[in-house]
Design a protein around this ligand. Structure first.
Ligand SMILES: CC(C)(COP(=O)(O)OP(=O)(O)OC[C@H]1O[C@@H](n2cnc3c(N)ncnc32)[C@H](O)[C@@H]1OP(=O)(O)O)[C@@H](O)C(=O)NCCC(=O)NCCS
Length: 181
């Protein structure tokens, strides 16, 4: 695969997906406890496979505009979550992440986000990283605030998920803030 990525965090590894990850990803993208916070409804096995095929196709694009990466906790290479930066605008990226419910509360999401943010500022030359989070998503809000993100405002009816429109709270982190932390 072109531009194949493997990033080492303190407790997690971020790497490109393969189709062999389908069953693991189904435990994340197919679980309503996870997708109720995302911008799409739960997917079945075919939907997850299509999602991974799409990610693999976009990973090969030059320039690469999306880093949609599998999160694993070594020594296991099984996928326990995903972390994504999509490039948009001028030196700007949008951050997203999700973990399988069995892995919540172990610090993995914080480490994954930290690792991808460092990659975004250092290797992709980003100036700004944003995250749009459901107003009631306390763990995710806590996570970005712990990493130094600033609350910018509310995006009204930002996503249509679970049969209804939902606001998002927009957070951002600038490169100089990350370096100064
Ligand atoms: C958001 C998510 C990835 C966080 O995963 P996690 O495993 O809890 O993350 P971490 O262990 O790194 O902890 C993040 C913080 O949230 C806190 N937290 C966890 N569950 C919480 C809860 N129910 N209420 C309040 N805070 C909570 C943790 O204590 C931690 O804060 P701390 O570092 O001050 O202790 C996970 O909850 C998830 O996958 N949710 C569904 C998908 C999602 O919401 N994605 C983000 C969309 S914007």
């Amino acid at each position: 695969m072109n531009n194949a990525i493997c990033l080492e965090g303190e407790s997690v590894t971020l790497r490109d997906f393969t189709l062999e990850d389908t069953d693991d990803v189904l435990k994340i993208a197919g679980d309503d406890r996870v997708t109720r916070w995302l911008s799409y409804d739960s997917r079945d096995r075919d939907g997850v496979r299509a999602m991974l095929e799409g990610a693999a196709t976009r990973a090969k694009e030059i320039p690469r505009n999306e880093y949609y990466l599998a999160v694993a906790a070594p020594p296991s290479d099984n996928v326990i979550g995903f972390c994504r930066i999509g490039l948009s605008g001028v030196q700007a990226g949008k951050l997203g992440y999700a973990l399988a419910p069995t892995e919540w509360g172990k610090g993995y999401a914080t480490d994954a986000a930290k690792t991808l943010i460092q990659f975004g500022f250092q290797d992709l030359g980003l100036h700004r990283i944003s995250a749009a989070i459901g107003p009631d998503n306390a763990p995710s809000i806590k996570l970005v605030e712990a990493l130094g993100f600033t609350r910018e405002g509310v995006l009204r009816d930002h996503v249509f998920t679970n049969g209804a429109w939902r606001d998002s709270v927009l957070f951002s982190l600038l490169e100089q803030e990350w370096q100064a932390r």
